[in-house]
Write a protein that binds this ligand. Structure first.
Ligand code: ADP
Ligand code: MG
Length: 238
């Protein structure tokens, strides 16, 4: 686990500024949710945390280390995307083991990590199946398993449930929360869904047009929205 600090971060694509000086402090072990309308910069911020996008100005720290110039592979993070892109020709076991095989981990370590992840996620019976033989929820669990086996300091989630139907989405929210309660890995979770944010977050970061409008606990934000945007977006009667 590690804290995550985003200090006065800005991002330009060409001459267009899409992140306009963002400051966020996420404590060790916290589940933070970045929420805001489509296009407000959530994925860009997450991609900068992951090292997939250069930081134009400012600093990002994971633990006490500035990671601006640290390559994605060297950052102790694992990312879960919305299109979970499992390898179709590999079994569930191999999908989860793959990144550890690439990292040349010891075979016994790989088995132990995959077994633990599949136990945590209830995938024990499915290790020999192929992705096409799984339901949407099961595939999502494998995608999370691939992140868990790496035992990272930080999990990054980019709208991981947006391709699932409403009922499954509700179930997976609860599963991800339960997982967090068990592993306590610092998590940054991006969504445009206010209910998802309200139900899952220890801390919510409300974003709008490249800035942070408000940062706080779900009920604080709901009861005391700082401005009309937050009030309207979170949907409290202000
Ligand atoms: P969100 O995830 O909140 O929907 P994004 O971070 O994807 O928003 O995008 C924020 C803004 O940056 C949008 O206006 C988007 O069009 C723009 N953008 C994202 N990626 C690129 C890119 N690679 N090149 C140029 N503009 C981009
Ligand atoms: Mg996005």
């Amino acid at each position: 686990m590690a804290s995550v600090q985003i200090r006065n971060v800005q991002k330009y694509f060409g001459s267009t500024q899409v992140i306009r000086g963002v400051n966020i402090d996420i404590k060790d072990g916290e589940f933070a949710v970045l929420v805001g309308p489509s296009g407000c910069g959530k994925s860009t911020l997450l991609r900068m945390l992951a090292g997939l996008e250069e930081i134009t100005h400012g600093e990002i720290l994971i633990g006490d280390k500035v990671v601006n110039n640290v390559a994605p592979k060297e950052r102790d993070i694992a990312m879960v995307f919305q299109n979970y892109a499992l390898y179709p020709h590999m079994t569930v076991y191999d999908n989860m083991a793959f990144s550890l095989i690439l990292a040349r981990s010891d075979k016994a370590v790989i088995k132990q990590r995959v077994d633990k992840a599949s136990e945590v996620l209830g995938l024990g019976e499915l290790l020999d199946r192929y992705p096409r033989q799984l339901s949407g929820g099961q595939r999502q669990r494998v995608a999370m398993g691939r992140a868990i086996v790496r035992d990272p300091q930080v999990f990054l989630f980019d709208e991981p449930l947006s391709n699932l139907d409403a009922k499954l989405r509700v179930q997976m929210r609860a599963e991800i929360k339960a997982l967090h309660q068990r592993l306590r890995t610092t998590s940054v979770y991006v969504t445009h869904d206010q209910i998802e944010a309200m139900t899952m977050a220890d801390q919510i970061v409300v974003m709008h047009d490249g800035i942070v409008e408000q940062f706080g606990k779900p009920l604080e934000i709901y009861d005391h929205p700082r401005n009309l945007f937050v009030a309207g977006f979170i949907g409290s009667p202000a």
